[in-house]
Write a protein that binds this ligand. Structure first.
Ligand code: SF4
Length: 367
């Protein structure tokens, strides 16, 4: 039986070394050098590490470095940093689907990369373009890490921080996301510290329990709240019917975290849906038992079928003032990439689902 080549970007250096010893007769000692090439330079050249032809060929049969292909790249000038651009990358997967990642400038030559963890999403949040796609499939660890390697080594961006806020609910794909976290953190490769990575969830307590098992107390965690009133949150985010606010709150209160940890609580402000004084009071009551929390107020970004309009500056300021009055620490998030559908809630291609269904139908007809 021929075993398929393993994609190195989905492995930790220890996993690669172990696999190399198991699968290769000789040449496994080059594993660390080959690993660094792959993760830091998107390069795969076993012959550059003192291996003969036979060993190099054996490496190539057993392992590969496969990155997604760039399908489209759209950019928008960043208002705060002249010359910097928010860049949305639409990446083609091996099975004809797409995933998206967004490079967000955070200062001169500094970027946060927002990565996808799934193609589509089953959580169906009403304000989210990805939610409208439905769920197509989970991404593998190699596909998640591949977005980072590509942004750094192919696009040439300096990626200082990584956030799991692209397409998908990261904790619904816990196996691959936990593996990707270990690869991103690997000292012999990309070496991102826990503090440079943020996992965002809409509140999946089972996923939070899996994350807790990892024991990474310095990893940043952010929660997509969007309403702290059960009825309103359920109307916006169906997950709230399964895990209502008291369940989510309890999961966050008991989640193990370092001293001084600050929860990031994301609140997408949607005029007429969650922007009243009672909404602000409810947010204050929700975050009070969490210890330290910072509420990020994000102006709603209308997608292809808008739920409402974007809030005005006055509406945003008014809501922020209500929160501050209620004793909540707040930050207003700047909208980046709205014109290129790269802002929060705007990622996804609703046509993909239809395209895949049509392709399957054609395959059946041809059979
Ligand atoms: S907001 Fe997140 S969890 Fe909700 S549908 Fe969009 S991608 Fe899924």
């Amino acid at each position: 039986m021929v075993t398929a080549a393993s994609n190195i970007v989905g492995l930790t250096s220890d996993q690669l070394a172990t696999e190399a010893r198991r699968r290769l007769e000789r040449g496994a000692e080059a594993a660390d050098a080959i690993y660094a090439d792959a993760l830091l330079e998107a390069r795969y050249a076993p012959e550059d590490h003192g291996l003969g032809d036979l060993s190099s060929s054996a490496w190539r049969r057993a392992f590969e470095v496969r990155l997604p292909a760039i399908k489209t790249r759209v950019e928008e000038e960043h208002p705060a940093y002249p010359g910097s651009r928010t860049t949305k990358l639409v990446l083609a997967t091996h099975d004809g689907l797409e995933m998206e990642s967004v490079l967000i400038p955070m200062g001169p030559d500094k970027h946060t990369l927002c990565v996808s963890s799934q193609i589509g999403c089953k959580r169906a949040c009403r304000f989210c373009e990805t939610g409208r796609m439905g769920f197509l499939r989970d991404l593998s660890a190699a596909e998640i890490v591949g977005q980072v390697v590509l942004a750094r080594s192919v696009i040439g961006a300096s990626v200082t921080n990584i956030v799991f806020m692209g397409m998908g609910e990261a904790l619904d794909n816990a196996d691959a996301v936990l593996q990707a976290l270990k690869v991103l953190n690997d000292k012999k490769g990309l070496s991102y510290s826990q503090q440079k990575i943020t996992v965002c969830t809409v509140g999946n307590p089972e996923g939070l329990a899996r994350l807790a098992e990892l024991g990474w107390r310095r990893l940043n965690l952010s929660v997509s709240l969007n309403s702290a009133i059960d009825e309103r949150r359920s109307a916006l985010m169906p997950i709230n019917r399964t895990f209502p606010l008291p369940v989510l709150q309890e999961a966050l209160v008991t989640h193990p975290r370092r001293k001084g940890f600050v929860y990031a609580v994301n609140y997408c402000l949607m005029p007429g849906l969650n922007d009243g004084p009672d909404d602000a009071q409810a947010v204050a009551a929700f975050v009070a038992p969490l210890g330290r929390a910072l509420v990020n107020v994000i102006p709603y970004n209308p997608g292809s079928q808008p739920l409402t309009r974007a809030p005005t500056e006055e509406e945003i300021d008014r809501f922020l003032a209500w929160l501050v009055e209620a004793g909540v620490a707040v930050r207003r998030r700047t909208t980046k990439g709205r014109s290129v559908m790269a802002a929060c809630g705007q990622l996804g291609n609703v046509d993909l689902r239809r395209a895949r269904r049509d392709a399957r139908r054609e395959a059946v007809d041809d059979a």
